[in-house]
Design a protein around this ligand. Sequence first.
Ligand code: TYM
Length: 327
Amino acid sequence: MIKALTALQPTNFFHIGNWFGAIEPAVALQRDHKLSMFIVDYHAITVPQKPEELRKNILFAAATYLAAGIDPKTTTLFQQSAVSEHTELAWVLNCIAKVGELERMTQFKDKAKGKGESVSMGLFGYPVLMAADILLYDTEVVPVGEDQKQHVELARDLAIRFNRDFGETFVVPVPKIREVGARIMGLDDPMKKMSKSAPSAKNYISLMDDADTVVKKIKGAVTDSGSEIRGGNDRPAFSNLLAIYSLITHRSVEAIETEYIGKQYSDFKGDLAEVLNLWLAPLQAKIKTFVEHENDLKAILNEGAQRAREQAQRRMKQVRERIGVAL
Ligand code: TYM
C-alpha cells in the first residue's frame, strides 16, 4: 500500500482551512493508503506556548482526528515528541540543509517579518524538522494545503541530497494538494490565506465556533463589488465563499452559482452559515465526546507512538550507519 503521512500543529484550534486542506483529504486516503497522522507539538513550540494550553491542545487535536474519522487501528496516530527520532533525524538533516534554502521559505519570511534577529532558531529550522517527520517513515505522499508545498519540496531536496551523499536511504515524497480547498482564504481578506495567527478572529471559522459566531462571521465576510453571486479570478471573495459552500455540500460551484442567479448576497450568506452550522454541530459533539475521555486518548496516542517508534528506530539506525557514527 502507498504510504501517506500528514500532521498538524496543536495550536488553539483547527479552522476550516486545516480541515479542507489536510484533515479531510487524509481521512479519505485511509481507504487505500497506509496513513500516519500525527500531532506536531515540537513544531508548535517554535512560537511561545503556554504549557497547560499546549497539553490541552494536543489532546484536542487527537480528539479532532478521531472525530474526523481517523481509525487508530489502521492509521498510526501519535504525538511527534513521543518519538525522539524526529528531532534526532532533524539534527542530521540540519547538517546538510543550507541556510540559503531555509531563508527562502516563504512561511519563515512571513512569520519572521519585523522580528529581526530575535526570531527563534526553531522557527528557522522548522522545515527541517518537518522533512525529518516525512522521511523517517518512507512516506510517498503528503496530503497538505498549498502553503506547505514548499516545505514538502525541501523534504524532497534533502532526501535526494542525502541519498546522493550517503547512499540510497530515503524515499522521495510528493505533496498531494487538492484542487479546491487547498487554500481557503481569510473571510476578512480574500487575498490572504485563512490563518490561526490572523490578527482578527473574523478571518476564520474555527471548527469549534458556535452557531451565532458562524452567522456573524459569514455575515461580516468581505464580498466583491457588484451584485452577482459568482466566482472567478476577478472575484476572490466569492470564489472563496463558493468553494467553502461546495466543499461542505459536495455540490459543484457551477450548480451553486446557478441556484443563486438573481438572489441577494444576504440570501447566499444566510444559507452558507446554515450549511456550515449543520455540518459543524455533529462534528463538535463528536470532538467533545472524545475530549471527555482523556485516558482513552492518551492510550491511543501511546499505542500509535509505539508503532511509529519501531519504524523510526529502524530508519534512524540505518542513518547512523550511513553517516559513519555507528561503530
Ligand atoms: P499547520 O498546522 O500550519 O496546518 C495544518 C494543515 O492545514 C493546512 N492549511 C490550510 N489548507 C487550506 N487552506 C488554508 N487556509 C490552510 N491553512 C492551513 C496546511 O497546509 C497543513 O496541511 N508544518 C506543518 C505541519 C507539519 C507537517 C509535517 C505536515 C509538520 N510536519 C509533515 C505534513 C507532513 C504545519 O505547520 O501545518
